[in-house]
Design a protein around this ligand. Structure first.
Ligand SMILES: NC(=O)c1ccc[n+]([C@@H]2O[C@H](COP(=O)([O-])OP(=O)(O)OC[C@H]3O[C@@H](n4cnc5c(N)ncnc54)[C@H](OP(=O)(O)O)[C@@H]3O)[C@@H](O)[C@H]2O)c1
Length: 322
């Protein structure tokens, strides 16, 4: 009864083939559209298709409820990976989920929507996937070995996931002494502060409300050598530009980590100009992409993602990388 009353509020498209959704902004341009069919073959499920659902950044809450209702009430809508809208979607739809994993509760976001029997489940996979990627970039004891810190532009879901991953590091030399978080809106910074304060950590997190690239340059210049500078704003993909200017100097021996792997990638190209003079290492978001997607696909399809399977999926994805 409840279901009938509830579904009457939404337009449910009854699927005839099993469908995995990708909820994002410009989903058609993502490499996953080519990678997904390869992965389904690897997993012995070539019948499953992927469908993109593009929503505006900070979209109307009703639109988030509509896409979640489609998954919740249509049996062949298996689940979804959520990017960009992870926080906004959960704020709009929290009451529609029967289960949220601990990371989803702490971070206030979902990147994976899946179903287990009649239960709609939300997981935040970013602390796992950004963490696996960061660990692969730095290797063990990076912060202890180098004294580097972290400067992160953007305080959205992926930035918060990265802080959480570092807070959870058991070994002190895997934790930076300081994590500087810069964001355009104050709300996101307040949300991040609330989350960090609810946990016990010796990482000194600084919150800076700013969207002026010249000021970001100044802050970046004050960071110690070996600092990891992250572009988690979506600038250079979701929105034009870069959080820094062309004059911005990355920390000597530092790492510039652009969270995206497609788009104009202005920040990444600015950093590439400093690989020689300042010995800056540049990383893009490809590995993050592969970890993020394999985590969610495994959750939605209820597959055990053993290292051997991950390696096969990573190799299949690499075949389509330009
Ligand atoms: N490679 C991968 O697989 C992967 C995985 C995760 C994320 N990503 C990418 O990383 C980006 C961030 O993802 P997300 O999920 O964290 O997105 P998000 O939740 O939308 O967060 C982006 C944050 O950046 C802030 N911002 C935008 N412009 C800014 C500026 N000029 N200065 C300071 N802050 C600014 C936004 O502030 P407001 O609050 O004012 O909007 C927002 O809080 C996206 O482009 C996403 O595609 C890639």
């Amino acid at each position: 009864m409840t279901t009938k009353i509830e579904t009457a509020k939404y337009k449910i498209n009854t699927k005839t083939i099993p469908t995995f959704y990708f909820i994002g902004v410009t989903t058609g341009k993502s490499s996953i559209m080519k990678v997904f069919p390869l992965w389904m073959k690897e997993l012995g499920r070539p019948d499953i298709v992927i469908e993109g659902m593009d929503l505006k950044i900070h979209d109307d809450p009703e639109n988030y409820r509509q896409v979640v209702a489609q998954i919740k009430y249509d049996p062949l809508s298996l689940g979804a990976l959520v990017t960009t809208h992870k926080i906004d979607l959960l704020i709009a739809t929290r009451d529609m989920f029967e289960y949220l994993d601990p990371y989803a509760q702490i971070c206030g976001e979902v990147s994976s929507i899946s179903k287990l029997n009649d239960r709609l489940e939300g997981h935040a996979k970013d602390p796992i996937s950004s963490g696996l990627s960061l660990d692969a970039i730095t290797g063990p004891d990076y912060f202890g070995r180098t004294g580097g810190e972290v400067l992160c532009f953007g305080a959205g879901g992926s930035a918060i996931a990265t802080i959480l991953h570092l807070i959870n590091k058991k070994n002190a030399s895997d934790r930076p002494k300081r994590f500087v978080l810069i964001n355009r809106s104050l709300g996101r910074l307040e949300g991040a502060k609330k989350m960090v304060e609810s946990l016990k950590t010796d990482i000194k997190v600084e919150y800076i409300h700013n969207d002026n690239p010249a000021k970001n340059d100044e802050i970046m210049a004050s960071m110690p050598p070996y600092t990891i500078v992250i572009n988690a704003t979506g600038m250079g993909k979701d929105i034009p530009g870069s959080p820094i200017t062309d004059k911005g100097m990355l920390p000597v021996n530092g790492i510039a980590w652009e969270f995206n792997y497609r788009g104009e990638l202005d920040f990444m190209h600015q950093a590439e100009c400093q690989t020689q003079d300042r010995n800056v290492r540049v990383e893009d978001g490809w590995l993050y992409f592969v970890h993020g997607w394999t985590q969610v696909v495994a959750q939605v399809l209820h597959v055990d993602l053993k290292p051997e399977l991950f390696n096969r999926l990573e190799a299949a994805a690499a075949t389509i990388r330009k």
